[in-house]
Design a protein around this ligand. Structure first.
Ligand SMILES: Cc1cc2nc3c(=O)[nH]c(=O)nc-3n(C[C@H](O)[C@H](O)[C@H](O)COP(=O)(O)OP(=O)(O)OC[C@H]3O[C@@H](n4cnc5c(N)ncnc54)[C@H](O)[C@@H]3O)c2cc1C
Length: 470
């Protein structure tokens, strides 16, 4: 028996033969990611069903010197969950760790395993009449382990923060197979370094998250949602500032969309309708939520009336029914997919200080026009968090491959503007493989040294998701 088959036998004894997958047809879906940018190979897919099994698999990998690539829902957009091309790495799928261990309404916390999907976690909270507010378009497939490892953001960050801010604790399997129990439900715990925060956003390079303790919130009893047409991002920013003064933490969504994005969605989704009579250069989707049942629609209507009077907005529609609210959100949520039929799209998931978003969009759009005059900028996203998805669709009729060959050059053009505004080259999607080289160029060198020191301390042999992030 050779080393590889002895290793696979050992894994089969830990997780059961059915959970060591080597059939190429069954392995294939684990090896390709949503954008089709990365494709890998693997020795096998191991599918442990408990923390103890994860621990034993990781210990077996440490003994055999086999590198591990953790994977949850495989919806990550930077290639972090895809093994390299060597075929020597083990793909560790956490999806069978799918139990909700506890919902504690007194502590307003719940403990769920890493493979629970975000939608299942939201449903578990709802069953206890609580809200778990993380919300992403991929929530039906993305897992809590993946959400925490990528420090996911999404549409409700403006009110509740990103995955890191929603995490009270984690249970983690370390590179040598030991289990660190950091599954605290405490709101206050000043006992030294906050170790959980090392694993949130680490993209599987420091440990394998097997469970998480998550914050719960009161479920809003009322929601008001408006779709607004306006002249430019500057006006949208003024509207956001005005809304903040009136609604404070009650603003649970503030999304910005350009006309071209709306056109793409209307062409892509036969069920989509423009809520406003006339076309507008830009749109904002505003949502406010409250515990009190009454008065929210009126308060939002009053805000929009004042904004019209001050000429901050040109037109607005308030959702009168749940169906209308969902239709407004569908326009926003289809915006990524709607770019696909338009050919190649070069992506930038960037952030700047909120106040700099209009200047960033204007300057980056001008820089792209100078670099590639016919390229079509689709800049949209979470204005309330300063997070712009600055995507660039290929010129009409251009060759897709030739356009995508310009990915790095286009990145340079856009990221130079991000840097001028003190922004980040990755707002919510992470670094993975896609932005690893870029990170080396833009991150403070001392900060990079600290990151390497942490990696060396926790994973001295470099077996946890090698080649990702660093
Ligand atoms: C349609 C669509 C919309 C999206 N919208 C958003 C959005 O609004 N905001 C946003 O932030 N992201 C968004 N994403 C990106 C993606 O859904 C998130 O990054 C999500 O958190 C990834 O979860 P996952 O379970 O699919 O993780 P995976 O893709 O499987 O893995 C992501 C990373 O985490 C690591 N990992 C996974 N599980 C574990 C674990 N248990 N322990 C240690 N490491 C682990 C992987 O190695 C990889 O590096 C979107 C993606 C799609 C396809």
């Amino acid at each position: 028996m050779n080393d590889a088959s002895a290793f696979l036998d050992r894994l089969a004894r830990i997780v059961g033969p059915a959970n060591v997958v080597v059939d190429p047809e069954l392995v294939a879906p684990y090896l390709e990611e949503p954008r089709g940018l990365f494709r890998g190979r693997t020795i096998a897919v191991a599918r442990p069903g408990s923390t103890a099994e994860v621990s034993a698999v990781v210990a077996a990998c440490a003994a055999a010197g086999v590198a591990i690539v953790p994977q949850g829902g495989n919806t990550g957009l930077v290639g972090g969950q895809i093994p390299d091309a060597s075929g020597g790495e083990l793909l560790l799928s956490l999806r069978r760790l799918n139990r909700v261990r506890e919902v504690d309404i007194d502590a307003d916390a719940m403990i769920v395993e890493a493979g629970v999907t975000l939608a299942e976690a939201q449903a578990a909270a709802e069953t206890a009449d609580r809200l778990f507010p993380l919300a992403l378009a991929s929530e039906g497939t993305a897992t809590i382990g993946g959400n925490l490892s990528s420090n996911a953001g999404g549409v409700a960050v403006i009110a509740y923060g990103n995955a890191r801010e929603l995490t009270l604790g984690v249970e983690v399997v370390l590179a040598d197979g030991r289990v660190a129990n950091l599954l605290s439900k405490l709101r206050k715990d000043n006992t030294g370094y906050d170790l959980k925060d090392l694993f949130v956003g680490a993209e599987g390079t420091l440990g394998i998250i097997t469970a998480a303790s998550l914050k719960l919130f009161a479920r809003p009893r009322a929601r008001a949602t408006a779709f607004v047409g306006l002249a430019d991002p500057d006006h949208a920013l003024s509207l956001l500032k005005m809304a903040r003064l009136r609604f404070g933490q009650q603003i649970t969504g503030f999304e910005l969309m350009p006309r071209i994005g709306m056109q793409f969605v209307l062409a892509y989704d036969p069920g989509a309708r423009d809520p406003l009579g006339d076309a507008h250069p830009w749109y904002a989707l505003i949502e406010v939520s409250a515990q009190q049942e009454d008065g929210l629609d009126d308060a939002l209507t009053a805000l929009l009336g004042d904004a019209l009077e001050r000429e901050l907005i040109a037109d607005a529609a308030l959702a009168a029914t749940l169906e209308q609210r969902e239709a407004f959100w569908r326009l926003r949520e289809s915006m990524s997919d709607a770019q696909k039929p338009q050919g190649g799209s070069i992506k930038h998931d960037v952030s700047t200080p909120v106040g700099a978003v209009p200047a960033f969009i204007a300057e980056a759009t001008a820089a792209v026009a100078a670099f590639m005059p016919a390229a079509r900028v689709v800049a949209f996203g979470h204005l309330g968090d300063g997070n712009t998805h600055f995507n660039v669709s290929q010129p009409i009729g251009a060759d897709k491959e030739a356009f995508l060959d310009q990915w790095s050059a286009m990145n340079e053009v856009v990221h130079a503007v991000v840097a001028r505004h003190g922004g980040s080259i990755s707002a919510e999607h992470g670094i993975g493989t896609l932005k690893r080289e870029l990170l080396k160029r833009v991150k403070d060198p001392v900060a990079l040294d600290l990151m390497r020191a942490v990696k060396a301390a926790l994973d001295p042999r470099g077996l946890l998701n090698p080649g990702k992030v660093l």
